[in-house]
Design a protein around this ligand. Structure first.
Ligand SMILES: C[S@@+](CC[C@H](N)C(=O)[O-])C[C@H]1O[C@@H](n2cnc3c(N)ncnc32)[C@H](O)[C@@H]1O
Length: 293
């Protein structure tokens, strides 16, 4: 299957997201707000949330009076979304290849939305064509994805630990399935055009990620996110046996110090960079064959 590797990544990668779902929501609030403003959710709409994770947008759709369906390749993300939003239908499926309309049952979708859930496809053209095939004429697409050169979000607090690896990984690559898979605006436009979406807009949106929760300074919260993520776990598996408990604690303290140096007014806050992407499907009948020029 096309996204089998990503299925495995998210089978384990979901644990951190489920555990810290409210923290992720707090940190990503500016992007959620921008996305929801662009999506224009309204009562009665059928809404598809792609890579729905623990259900933030599903919850917003229910609050708007819409009828949301979530799709996620990770069973534990889908289970968390069902717990959080009992009024939503949540599918465990591959949004690239599976017949989402058949799986969801009911009318085609009026809105397709995603918060950072569409960058992981092995074949983005096929995926966005598949999403379009599940929509009604006149449907709208709105999503946010990370922009080229975003690094702090993935590395702040980890850099001193990464530097101690024998073979430190380079920055996240742009344009390959992963967090920066749609990081180039021109690539996003090509993919959406090739998959039949029209009226494409790709606008930068910069948001302040604030890790302070309930009066905390956000250092522990930031470290929990980065150490619990895939890169953090890999670093720990490598360094902790080599450094021993005291050495590992010292390495983590160096990570905390990197985070403290980025505090603003006593709280960890930094600007992250995303694209806000919108597109539409023509309102009449029409067919489209997907090919990337
Ligand atoms: C970065 S997380 C974002 C989760 C959620 N949208 C949020 O903002 O909290 C990416 C999500 O996309 C899902 N995902 C990745 N590839 C997918 C695919 N091919 N089909 C469906 N979901 C996928 C992952 O399982 C994960 O839940």
């Amino acid at each position: 299957m096309a996204n089998e590797g990503m299925r495995e990544v998210w089978a384990t990668g979901s644990a951190n997201w489920v555990r810290h779902q409210l923290l992720y929501d707090a940190v990503f609030a500016p992007f959620t707000t921008a996305l929801l403003a662009a999506a224009g959710l309204a009562p009665g709409q059928r809404v598809l949330d792609v890579g729905c994770g623990t259900g933030t947008l599903l919850e917003a759709a229910v609050a708007a009076g819409a009828h949301p369906v979530g799709v996620d390749i990770s069973a534990s993300m889908a289970a968390a979304a069902r717990r959080r939003v009992p009024g939503a239908r949540v599918l465990v499926a591959d949004a690239q290849d599976d017949d989402l309309l058949a799986a969801a049952q009911g009318a085609p979708f009026d809105r397709v939305v995603s918060r950072f859930g569409v960058m992981f496809f092995a074949d983005p053209c096929a995926a966005f064509a598949n999403l379009r095939a599940a929509t009604a004429p006149g449907a709208r697409l709105a999503f946010v994805c990370w922009r080229a050169d975003e690094q702090d979000l993935f590395e702040l607090g980890l850099r001193p630990l990464l530097a101690r690896l024998d073979d430190p990984p380079g920055p996240s690559p742009s344009g390959v399935p992963g967090p920066l898979g749609l990081a180039e605006g021109a690539h996003v436009r090509r993919v959406l055009a090739a998959s039949g979406w029209q009226d494409v807009t790709v606008e930068p949106v910069d948001g302040v990620c604030d890790y302070g929760v309930d009066g905390s300074d956000g250092v522990a919260e930031r470290m929990a996110i980065v150490l619990g993520g895939r890169a953090g776990q890999a670093v720990r598996a490598d360094l902790e046996p080599r450094l021993g408990p005291a050495g590992w604690d010292a390495a983590v303290e160096a990570g905390r110090q990197e985070v403290r140096e980025r505090m603003v007014d006593g709280v960890v806050r930094f600007v992250a960079h995303a694209w806000l992407v919108t597109a539409g499907r023509e309102s009449g009948r029409g067919s489209h064959n997907s090919t990337l020029a």
